[in-house]
Design a protein around this ligand. Sequence first.
Ligand code: SAH
Ligand code: SF4
Length: 346
Amino acid sequence: MTLQLIKKAEEKHSLTKEELVLLLQDNSINEELFSAADRVRKKYMGDEVHLRGIIEFSNKCKQDCLYCGLRASNKNIERYRLMPDEIIDLAKKAVGYGYKTVVMQSGEDAYYTVERLQYIISTLKEFGIAVTLSLGEKTFEEYKAYKEAGADRYLLRIETTDKELYEQLDPGMFHEDRKRCLRDLKTLGYEVGTGSLVGLPGQTIESLADDILFFKEIDADMIGLGPFIPNDDTPLKGAASGDFTMSLKVMALVRLLLPDVNIPATTAMETLNKQGRIIALQSGANIVMPNVTEGDYRKMYALYPGKICVNDTPGHCVQCITGKIKSIGRTVSKSKGSRTKKNTSE
Ligand code: SAH
Ligand code: SF4
């Protein structure tokens, strides 16, 4: 029965919530699910893996998400913020390593005014790369100003589609605002990345199925999924960690239902499994986001513990990931890897 559902999803790219729940619950079909997702990835996206260099430019955040080490109430973390020209220098180096996309990520840090961001974005665009932002919730006007400066993409995870759970875990934030942001970004012509944390305390299998249907409903262009990893410096210390296999299953189902979207093999997956990113690349993913932040800042950007590669240099990371990608018969793309919609109905 569940095997037939995988076949249906591979051919039609459609499943009901009930069918998704059945597949998420049944662990006897995992290998077949991962292979099906790998076939769909190959058919629609080919063997190229796109690398996005991520710059974690500030760990200061005004929000207080219960799961995150950067939350404003965490006093056990040393804060840092890179100046605009330091960010530009890192981006220049990223271009030197061959990255065609730079992702600028931070906590919600008011220092980066529209003016400062416009300066950074427009300078980065002169390097001929795609610019992705991941700065949290902003107003329509702010998103518009970044777009006009040249930003191409924006990453904002919905985290969970369970409104009650979201508002409990993100005090002072509202699920409706998060959705408004995603709508605004689409309206403004960004390629929109979203995604969820898998294994949050109180999260149900049904709500994970809802997450997958939500990504399809909003026509997301990129979907990042990672396990929740409890952080000792947050109120969720002591909570159970998210499960690697469940994260991989959600990711594989996303590939079956949204065959032509970009899906990263996330860092959090590799934190739970030494081969996590390679396994993800063989179960539906086609993107890797190596870190191009330098020195101690890598350690200080502590969303969760056990983050990989905190003692490595950006130069080492590019070599390491390129080697891993080649070892599984895939190639590193030389293009920007924007989403191109494909006919998925045949
Ligand atoms: N402030 C921005 C971007 C930085 S946070 C934002 O919130 O959108 C980037 C992502 O880190 C979040 O979307 C969240 O899904 C993830 N994250 C935070 N805490 C985590 C944890 N404990 N385990 C796994 N991922 C976590
Ligand atoms: Fe801030 Fe993002 Fe962490 Fe929430 S998840 S506390 S918004 S950095």
